[in-house]
Design a protein around this ligand. Structure first.
Ligand SMILES: Nc1ncnc2c1ncn2[C@@H]1O[C@H](COP(=O)(O)O)[C@@H](O)[C@H]1OP(=O)(O)O
Ligand SMILES: [Mg+2]
Ligand SMILES: [Mg+2]
Ligand SMILES: [Mg+2]
Length: 301
């Protein structure tokens, strides 16, 4: 495998981060949510920071020396007055996750954690290799108790060559229009794809790996489509108009985050419609991992 070592490290990093996120989501308190950028009120939680610190730390351990990470969060708000307590909580969470895994016999200081978060400041680019991370994609879904993903990808000379999407709340079996949230369904999937090697899904503990395929449906009348849960992120009236013009009959399945790409990659639905509002700029970490998970079987070698 051309990127076998990188893929194994990415799966490990994303799985550890997903475990941390699960724990925080379970115990979520309003005080865990900090408002980032007052203007757009995008929420950030201790889990967003903890996830980024963990992934950054694991990748740097696995690839010392040659490391570039483009990631969503930074430590600016945490370093402000009053941030100390939250940094301590993040540090504790990160250390608990590392201890539970057992592979790294270290305990990080608060400063180590802040530095790990800030290693995600690379500008990326079309030369060399760059990791791309959204530590929690769909923070709004995470805070609501719904869907979110840890999304990690690797760019090599400007191309996405591997992607991992950990989706702690996605049911293992298909979510369709008929049963979007079946109550007894076990949850927690991880999708991974490497260029030329196809897309696979496994449980978050690494077991039960299966190859997945996108939907074979070609007739829009039989297709169902995904869109954002948040109408502020994607114009629902526009997607409904387009779905109608395409002849799609099913109601939209609304879900947060790149979990939509995971669900698409295993054929739960056939179409993803996304129309961000005027002025919003999409970021590479919001699509890099999801895009290769969906297209992973396209150019099999
Ligand atoms: N105003 C916005 N328009 C579109 N996407 C947004 C907006 N604000 C945040 N996002 C990002 O949209 C993605 C989730 O959107 P959706 O659930 O609609 O697919 C996330 O990547 C989220 O970032 P974040 O990683 O901070 O959650
Ligand atoms: Mg965000
Ligand atoms: Mg995102
Ligand atoms: Mg995010």
């Amino acid at each position: 495998m051309a990127y076998g070592k990188e893929l194994a490290a990415a799966i490990k990093a994303a799985s550890l981060a997903a475990r941390l996120c699960r724990k925080v989501q379970k115990a979520l308190l309003q005080s865990d949510v900090r408002s980032k950028h007052g203007r757009n009120k995008s929420p950030v939680t201790v889990a967003d920071y903890g996830s980024q610190a963990l992934v950054s730390f694991v990748l740097q351990q696995e690839f010392p020396g040659e490391f570039s990470l483009v990631a969503e969060e930074d430590s600016n708000d945490l370093r402000k007055d009053g941030g100390g307590e939250i940094v301590e909580r993040i540090t504790k969470l990160v250390n608990e996750s590392l201890t539970s895994d057992g592979s790294y016999g270290v305990s990080l200081s608060s400063e180590d954690v802040l530095k790990a978060i800030d290693s995600g400041k690379s500008e990326g680019g079309s030369q060399g290799r760059h990791w791309v991370l959204d530590p929690i994609d769909g923070t709004k879904g995470f805070v609501r108790g719904d869907q979110y993903a840890v999304a990690l990808a690797l760019l090599d000379r400007g191309n996405v060559v591997l992607g991992v999407l950990a989706c702690p709340n996605l049911p293992l079996t298909s979510i369709s229009v008929a049963h979007p949230h079946s109550p007894n369904n076990e949850v927690g999937c991880l999708f991974f794809a490497e260029v030329g090697r196809g897309t696979y899904m496994q449980l978050l503990d690494g077991s039960s790996t299966v190859k997945v395929q996108v939907s074979a449906v070609e007739n829009p009348e039989e297709a169902s489509f995904f869109e954002s849960y948040e109408s502020a992120h994607s114009m629902h009236d526009l997607s409904s108009l387009i779905a109608q013009k395409l002849g799609v009959k099913a109601a939209p399945i609304r879900m947060d985050s790149q979990v939509k790409y995971g669900a698409l990659s295993r054929g739960d639905g056939a179409i993803y419609l996304r129309f961000p509002r005027n002025g919003y700029r999409e970021k590479i970490w919001d699509h890099a991992a999801g895009s290769i998970v969906v297209t992973g079987n396209t150019y099999l070698s």
